[in-house]
Design a protein around this ligand. Structure first.
Ligand SMILES: CC(C)(COP(=O)(O)OP(=O)(O)OC[C@H]1O[C@@H](n2cnc3c(N)ncnc32)[C@H](O)[C@@H]1OP(=O)(O)O)[C@@H](O)C(=O)NCCC(=O)NCCS
Length: 463
């Protein structure tokens, strides 16, 4: 270590032709593992028996086959399981060629090829930014199919967006939340993983919201982690301090984020309302005396925009768990900016508000987003009632009025989807009588960018 001055690119650790290098050593005899750990290389410590079994060498498949072999090799007189094998992999930055395919051993006496593992097959992995606006239709189709398959596996009740609508959103450099950047992972040119980061503005400009997906058959090979490593510099450069994502409980996503040190900060339940299976009588909610119902599409009337902005701020009382998310500080100007933005990205937003007849001000509201070319489902956005008017039935009244409006003039609409904090009992009590049912619960996860960078710094790509 002293001789190489802690330089990981020193010749000692770089193979002559680049590429992935694996080796195994008897740790107690060589101290090789300590050198590797000090340099921050990826490594595993296994007992001899584990390593030989992982190598899937037919000669060692039968119980009892390992011990005679290792006793022969290890003549130290120490117990077999007191030794560890360490497998070491690293990849020089100048790696050019594919690593050679590992040869399984068939006889005793040859060194076990420890990199031959079920999910550690040879790949030519490349990760890169993805410019959707210039991408070929094959790549856009591959991205779409990966998104649809992965979502269907984790969230079977989620609606499938049509291809055109999905690709239109993918091609937008800005999502409804903020600037959107994309990356892909390819194996020999074939798209096997996708990633996006959205950079919200204003109160949430220190957060990056990420979504990483890897084809089911390529999971547990470091692809997702490599994508994250590729994204991190841009996330850092944009001044983000936290990375936020969403995973399904007990699914691969949660296991991955757990392994990377993300923290679960909130639980959110996905609900949907299936229009055809709900009796419309549920939406015949009588108006609350002293309040009138008013509705508009996209642009708030000038005489209501001020009080509408105030009512929007009531959403700040909805529970957000331990997330770093900050509710927007709504003003009339900000409402107008939001309306402009939604029009730019082609979304139609419908609003139903309850107006206090004494003051003429908005007391509560609900908002629905309709995404272009997605005529069979829409998204329930914010619903909020000012604190002084809670408990009067306004929340249910505006949502019921919204359902009557949607079903009256959107004949193709089949479902309304929404997400609610799992502990938002008031919202859940409003939703249930209207016909919403729970689909699944998702975890919001977060990590500090600095902590994640530190954790990933020692990892090297695995292929
Ligand atoms: C989450 C996802 C992107 C992970 O991709 P991946 O390429 O399989 O992950 P990696 O191989 O980089 O995993 C790195 C480590 O995370 C942990 N991990 C990942 N998936 C795991 C699983 N299914 N079970 C247990 N641990 C897991 C392991 O510690 C793994 O290292 P190891 O294989 O050496 O033990 C992939 O499972 C996926 O596409 N899921 C659906 C979408 C999703 O939930 N995304 C996350 C929210 S943004």
């Amino acid at each position: 270590m002293t001789v190489i001055d802690n330089d990981p690119m020193t010749r000692l650790f770089v193979g002559p032709r680049g590429g992935r290098i694996s080796t195994a050593a008897l740790r107690d005899a060589s101290h090789w593992d300590e050198a590797v750990v000090d340099l921050g290389y990826e490594h595993r410590v296994r007992t001899v028996a584990e390593a030989l079994r992982a190598a899937r060498i037919p000669a060692f498949d039968t119980p009892g086959a390992v011990q005679p072999f290792t006793q022969q090799v290890l003549s130290h007189g120490r117990g077999l399981f007191g030794f560890g094998l360490i497998t070491i992999t690293w990849e020089p930055t100048a790696c050019a060629g594919r690593p050679p395919a590992a040869q399984p051993l068939t006889a005793l006496g040859r060194r076990p090829a420890l990199e031959v593992k079920e999910r550690n097959v040879v790949m030519s992995l490349e990760t890169a930014p993805f410019a959707a606006e210039h991408a070929s239709s094959d790549e856009l189709r591959a991205w779409y199919e990966l998104a649809v398959t992965s979502t269907a596996a984790d969230y079977p009740s989620s609606p499938v967006p049509p291809y055109d609508s999905y690709v239109q959103q993918l091609r937008q450099s800005t999502s409804y939340l903020g600037l959107q950047r994309l990356w892909v992972a390819r194996d020999s040119g074939r798209l096997i993983g996708t990633a996006s980061a959205v950079f919200p503005t204003d109160e949430n400009s220190e957060r990056a919201i990420i979504s990483v997906r890897v084809s089911a058959q390529y999971r547990r090979r470091g692809v997702g982690t490599r994508l994250l490593q590729t994204m991190l510099p841009e996330i850092h450069e944009r001044g983000c301090r936290r990375i936020a994502g969403q995973t399904k409980a007990s699914a691969d996503g949660e296991k991955w984020t757990n392994a990377l040190g993300f923290r679960a900060v909130a639980q959110r339940a996905s609900h949907h309302l299936d229009i055809k299976s709900v009796d419309p009588a549920r939406w015949q909610v009588p108006p609350t005396p002293g309040f009138r119902i008013q509705k508009w599409v996209d642009t708030a009337p000038d005489d209501l925009v001020q009080s509408f902005a105030r009512a929007r701020n009531a959403i700040a009382d909805s529970p957000t768990g331990e997330t770093s998310y900050r509710h927007p500080d709504w003003t009339a100007e900000r409402v107008r900016q939001y309306e402009t933005r939604m029009r730019e990205i082609g979304e139609t937003h419908r609003y139903v508000v309850a107006v206090d007849e004494r003051s003429g001000a908005v007391a509560g509201f609900t908002e629905i987003a309709i995404i272009p070319r997605q005529s069979s489902f829409c998204h329930q956005e914010d619903t909020a009632v000012l604190p002084e008017f809670r408990g009067l039935g306004l929340g249910r009244a505006v949502k019921a009025a919204m359902m009557r409006w949607l079903t009256a003039d959107l004949p193709h609409l089949e479902q309304v989807h929404t997400m609610t904090a799992s502990d938002n009992l008031h919202m859940i009590r409003v939703n249930a009588p209207l016909g919403y049912v729970t689909d699944h619960v998702v975890s919001s996860v977060e990590s500090e960018v600095g902590a994640l960078e530190a954790r990933l710094a020692g990892l090297r790509p695995r292929s």
